[in-house]
Design a protein around this ligand. Structure first.
Ligand code: PAF
Length: 281
């Protein structure tokens, strides 16, 4: 397996792979890999000839006071795990390599980034779209795979790829959960034992929403009241948002019909967790 640390070398290697007629699949990650990332790598393995996993904790997507410095990092373990899951190349640039002195160009998707996570993280998606396009330019993929756990991110990236006519197929892979339902996330490592136990309320509330809809409830307000109630009753849980939106524009729905994204963000102490479910009503 190759480990490449500079954009120049990555571009040369990607060009060689393209010229040999092989299909490149990219799995962008911020490292500290877990089973969720490995499922993306396996997914890329099935639909491409060369799999590149990028490991880069992207400073521009963290706001002031967020966890950029504390974000868990273990590149050696990541490299071993990525290789075992079927990755051929690791692209692991430094922050200086990606954002050298004088850097000042950003890519912004406008409306989709102003809602849900965008309300409490106003600069986040600008950082994500910027780094993703830079990763695309470095690795020249035919295909890139993202996780459904970051549902808004996936939509924002699809929007950017469509709007800028990027010739890259975007695939979204399902959420991978712990046995008790908690969505896998590198940030779960921040939780202490009590918070970890209580954090299952995110998934439990989404299941409750599904049950309410299955039993005929169509009022977004009544469903979200129920969700807010069980989350608010959970020790240490602080709701950032619980939202029911359409999956195209992420606009709030009042009466559920069609494809609905139920998304939530909940804080446990300094840890902000997100989860979601998509249902067709
Ligand atoms: O989903 C993530 O881990 C990050 O937002 C991404 C897409 C790798 C960009 O830094």
């Amino acid at each position: 397996m190759k480990i490449i640390e500079t954009i120049d070398k990555m571009q040369t290697e990607a060009e060689k792979i393209r010229l040999s007629g092989r299909r490149i699949g990219l799995v962008p990650t911020m490292g500290f890999l877990h089973e969720g990332h490995l499922s993306l790598i396996r997914n890329a393995r099935e639909s491409s000839d060369t799999v590149i996993t990028s490991i880069f904790v992207n400073p521009t997507q963290f706001g002031p006071g967020e966890d950029y410095e504390d974000y868990p990092r273990d590149p050696e373990r990541d490299i071993r795990m990525a290789e075992a899951a079927g990755s051929d190349i690791i692209f692991h640039p430094s922050a200086k390599e990606m954002y050298p002195e004088g850097y000042q160009t950003f890519v912004t998707v406008e409306k989709l980034t102003k809602v849900l996570c965008g309300l409490s993280r106003p600069q986040h998606f600008r950082g994500v779209t910027t780094v993703v396009i830079k990763l695309f330019n470095a690795t020249k993929p035919h295909l890139a795979i993202f996780g459904q756990k970051d549902a808004q991110q996936a939509l924002v990236i699809r929007r950017m790829v469509n709007d800028l006519n990027l010739d890259i197929e975007i695939k979204i892979s399902p959420i991978i959960r712990e046995p008790d339902g908690l969505a896998m996330s590198s940030r779960n490592t921040y939780l202490d034992a009590t918070q970890r136990k209580n954090a299952t309320v995110l998934y439990r509330s989404l299941i409750l929403a599904r049950q309410l809809i299955e039993s005929g409830e169509r009022s977004a307000r009544r469903i979200s009241d129920e969700l807010v109630k069980i989350i608010a009753q959970t020790d240490g849980a602080e709701i950032d948002y619980v939202s029911m939106v359409d999956t195209a524009k992420l606009e709030p729905v009042q009466t559920l019909s069609g494809e609905i994204l139920i998304a939530e963000a909940v804080r446990f102490g300094k840890t902000r967790l997100i989860d979601n479910i998509i249902l067709t009503v």
